[in-house]
Design a protein around this ligand. Structure first.
Ligand code: B12
Length: 166
């Protein structure tokens, strides 16, 4: 019998949407996972504290207000700064334009996300991701993605603004 996957579900500090978080919590619980849902408008420090306390197998970040891309970058930077190496996936409506989805996914994977789920197939792909890891345990390996020409691929500065390196 598999050990239950322990997940922390969160959003970013700017995001007040709740049903996406509840949806993901129920989805994960139906699969037998143990979930701590941190709720809306989650301060980065609260996420950090929860990860230190829970030591989960997976951090699931959901955002739909259009500012998720920025918020997830800030969160990833905070986790890296504190040496927290919990596999992290993100998804939802991460910008205000679906046309940005491919490069947003690549950008967040380059910055440390294990995977990013956007668009109409997000839940199906998330389930497939969980299925793959359910069999073998959580895999922290990150997919390799090429840098996107003409897009910002540099590091975040202190304000969370990307400095352009290409
Ligand atoms: C209800 C709602 C609100 C409520 C939220 C109340 C609450 N307590 O939750 C209120 C009124 C507060 C609100 C406010 C705002 N909202 Co609003 N809201 C909605 C609305 C109508 C429904 C959201 C919802 O509950 N959906 C149900 C859940 C289950 O579905 P979901 O959120 O889409 O999540 C699904 C997928 O996205 C995916 N998913 C999401 N996250 C993740 C993560 C992972 C890992 C995976 C795999 C999948 C995944 O899985 C879910 C199930 O399929 C949507 C429009 C819509 N019809 O979707 C707009 C919408 C999300 N809101 C929007 C906006 C712009 C705002 C405001 C900025 C409006 C304003 N100018 O003030 C504010 C932002 C407030 C803030 N600080 O975040 C936009 C976002 C646009 C974008 N991203 O491009 C939307 C899409 C409306 C629109 N079409 O313009 N909102």
């Amino acid at each position: 019998m598999n050990t239950p996957l322990r997940c922390v579900v969160t959003t970013v500090e700017s995001d007040a949407h709740a049903w996406n978080l509840i949806y993901l919590q129920l989805l994960l619980e139906e699969r037998g996972s143990i979930v701590r849902n941190l709720g809306t408008c989650t301060p980065v420090d609260l996420v950090v504290a929860a990860l230190v306390e829970e030591r989960p197998d997976l951090l699931v970040v959901s955002s739909v207000n259009g500012h998720g891309h920025h918020g997830v970058r800030i969160l990833l930077r905070a986790l890296a700064a504190r040496g927290i190496d919990v596999p992290c996936v993100a998804g939802g409506k991460l910008t205000v334009s679906e046309a940005d989805d491919p490069w947003v996914r690549r950008d967040l994977i380059q910055r440390g996300c294990a995977e990013v789920f956007v668009g109409p197939t997000a839940i199906d792909r998330f389930q497939a991701f969980l299925d793959a890891r359910w069999r073998t345990g959580v895999d922290t390996a990150r997919p390799s993605v090429p840098a996107l020409p003409g897009r910002q691929t540099g590091a975040l500065d202190q304000t969370g603004v990307v400095s352009c390196t290409s």
